[in-house]
Design a protein around this ligand. Structure first.
Ligand code: ADP
Length: 159
């Protein structure tokens, strides 16, 4: 069975993430979305909330599994016997960093990284931008799933 891991913070999941996950789900037998338990970075949503939202919005794909992890992605890959990581590339600005991580990961473990070019419709999207816009009352409909939109507005209104 061909499996791939899609790691990230997903705080929260956007339509840009979903675009990459859904396209990967057509190329592989199983996509494991690994949600990072951030130790240093503070997140708006807890890891369990992020996992819940991701599980709900990827259910329709049928072959996407959602899990949480901390530490190195390559250690997660080794533990679960997954040889490939998929990452989305939005722009040149993502490239330098992603290349470095991919090369380090390969050196450490032999795990390969596949880069997928972002759908231009979502190239400007990031979780942090979505949070910033909602915080000041801006409209993000069509950019995140409905469920995420509702949860973001709720969380931001709690201050
Ligand atoms: P990280 O904290 O590791 O950067 P993110 O949750 O921001 O994790 O992103 C996880 C993955 O999704 C990364 O591969 C990232 O490049 C990709 N990604 C983020 N935003 C988009 C987007 N708008 N379109 C396509 N891919 C994206």
């Amino acid at each position: 069975m061909r499996r791939v891991v899609c790691p990230g913070s997903f705080d929260p999941v956007t339509n840009g993430h979903l675009d990459i996950i859904s396209r990967a789900s057509r190329l592989y037998d199983e996509v494991v979305v690994a949600v990072l338990i951030n130790v240093s970075k503070t997140s708006l949503f807890t890891v369990d909330e992020r996992v819940d939202m991701m599980t709900a919005v990827t259910k329709e794909y049928g072959n996407v599994k959602v899990d949480k992890f901390h530490g190195l992605t390559v250690d997660y890959c080794k533990e679960h016997d997954i040889p490939v990581i998929v990452r989305g590339l939005r722009a040149v600005s993502d490239f330098d960093y992603e290349l470095q991580i991919a090369q380090m990961n390969h050196r450490m473990s032999g795990v390969e990284t596949m880069f997928m070019a972002t759908n231009p419709l979502y190239a400007f999207l990031s979780s942090s931008l979505m949070k910033e816009v909602v915080k000041y009352g801006g409209d993000i409909s069509g950019l995140v799933p409905e469920l995420v939109h509702t949860r973001l507005v709720e969380r931001m209104s709690q201050g």
